[in-house]
Ligand binder design. Structure first.
Ligand SMILES: Cc1cc2nc3c(=O)[nH]c(=O)nc-3n(C[C@H](O)[C@H](O)[C@H](O)COP(=O)(O)OP(=O)(O)OC[C@H]3O[C@@H](n4cnc5c(N)ncnc54)[C@H](O)[C@@H]3O)c2cc1C
Length: 403
């Protein structure tokens, strides 16, 4: 039986960040990370397409929390303790400067997630944190005020147990056995599968600013839309997949969306089309793209409005004008399934937030049991917010363990 002052279950983003911060602030504590894999930080490695989108350049806590479909209310206090600016400073202090991209996402200047991994591994070594690979945690139990942990490679005891196991069903089961409520895990951040003539054969086309509603729900989002080989993606869709993670799972990912491609009302659009009919009378509708839409998308929507590629503006009847206005401002598409968004995905669900003290990230049910990262019922839209949750939780765990 090995005893450590602090044991961290999971050698991912949250586990390493917690361990390093605990060690930095109290070099006398013995700390071990128990990691089931033969390497840790595997998600960091593949994150952000191999570049690791570390955080997001949003510096107002009240604004930052809006990116968390689950955790918005609970993270406000924690973000006042540790958020984006602290993350940037933390990495910069370790010799890892971050840079910001036009959309606010922040990456290491190296554009390589390996820089983050190297930083964590070096820091762990420097602070003599024992990272025990191939240690699959099988059980943990309370023994008075301490904890007993059983792994495939041996048994441990500790005064402080930090669970940073990400979205691992077996660890959730162990926590359930301890009386914790685990909210049903479902995927978040996915793209929509859509088979429809209007988007057939035009993958790669981007509409810069659309509004999308999921019909028969309150779900709505705005932003860029990307047509893919199998459907639709980009921030407008990913936001819906995050905020609708539970509702869309309940519908088995079969639902309808309504897209406004041009952000004008049906009536305003109809009036504008009437002006085009007058001003562009001799031109074909098909060839005179309007509203800054990509040409190929415009042409698809024109053909879906009961006209052909030779129809001239002057020849449009009221019905055709209405059809085109409808395609541009309230086009309905049937979603039938989802696909993985390869740049980032995350699980909604996890330890019930009501059972966590957000001043310390300690369990309200069990003393000396702490959580950090994706294991809790917090998740965010794409853009670096999921890692920020891991850094913030892990940092506060480190503070509370010291106190
Ligand atoms: C492809 C992809 C790309 C992503 N890109 C980004 C991005 O760019 N920006 C962003 O903000 N978020 C991104 N995310 C989300 C982000 O990776 C997670 O939110 C984050 O990794 C959560 O950190 P964590 O430490 O809580 O969990 P994890 O990183 O999943 O780490 C948990 C660790 O616990 C270990 N473990 C689990 N069970 C046991 C057990 N029984 N015993 C021992 N060890 C165990 C696992 O092996 C793992 O190493 C991405 C996710 C994916 C899948």
């Amino acid at each position: 039986m090995i005893h450590k002052d602090v044991i961290i279950v999971g050698g991912g983003a949250a586990g390493f960040f917690a361990a390093i911060n605990i060690a930095e602030q109290n070099p006398n504590l013995t700390i071990a990370i128990l990691e089931r894999g033969k390497e840790g930080l595997q998600k960091v490695k593949i994150s952000g397409g191999g570049r690791c989108n570390v955080t997001h350049a949003e510096f107002i806590p009240q604004e930052l929390v809006l990116n968390y479909p689950r955790g918005e209310k609970e993270l406000l206090g924690p973000f006042h303790q540790f958020m984006t600016g602290d993350t940037i400073a933390w990495f910069e202090n370790k010799g890892v400067p971050l840079k910001v991209e036009a959309d606010g996402r922040m990456f290491p200047e190296s554009d390589s997630s390996q820089t983050i991994i190297d930083c964590f591994l070096n820091e762990a070594k420097k602070h003599k944190i024992e990272v025990m690979y191939n240690h699959v945690v099988k059980a943990f139990e309370k023994e008075g005020v301490s904890w007993y942990i059983k792994t495939t490679e041996g048994e441990f005891t500790t005064g402080k147990l930090v669970v940073a196991s990400g979205s691992n069903p077996k660890i959730w089961k162990l926590l359930e056995n301890l009386g914790h409520n685990i909210l049903n895990p479902v995927p978040s951040l996915f793209t929509f599968d859509i088979k429809d003539e209007r988007i057939q054969d035009i993958p790669g086309v981007v509409a810069q600013h659309v509004t999308i509603k999921v019909l028969d729900t309150d779900l709505c989002s705005e932003g860029p839309l990307l047509i893919t080989h199998v459907g639709m993606s980009a921030p407008s869709i990913l936001k819906l997949s995050a905020f609708g993670a539970i509702e869309l799972a309940e519908r088995d990912y079969k639902f309808e969306i309504e897209i406004n491609f041009i952000n004008h009302s049906f009536q305003d659009c109809f009036n504008m089309l009437k002006e085009f009919k007058h001003n562009l009378a001799k031109k074909t509708v098909f060839k005179s793209t309007q509203f800054d839409l990509p040409k190929r998308l415009w042409q698809k929507l024109v053909l879906a409005s009961e006209m052909n590629s030779n129809t001239r503006w002057a020849d449009l009847n009221k019905q055709q004008l209405e059809n085109l206005s409808s395609q541009l401002t309230q086009a309905v598409f049937k979603v039938d399934g989802k696909s993985t968004f390869k740049e980032e995905f995350v699980t909604a669900g996890g330890v019930d937030l009501k059972e966590i003290n957000f001043k310390t990230f300690e369990s309200k049910l069990h003393k000396n049991l702490y959580f950090a990262g994706e294991v809790i019922n917090v998740d965010a839209i794409t853009g670096g917010f999921n890692f920020q949750n891991a850094w913030t939780g892990a940092y506060i765990v480190s503070k509370s363990i010291l106190e």
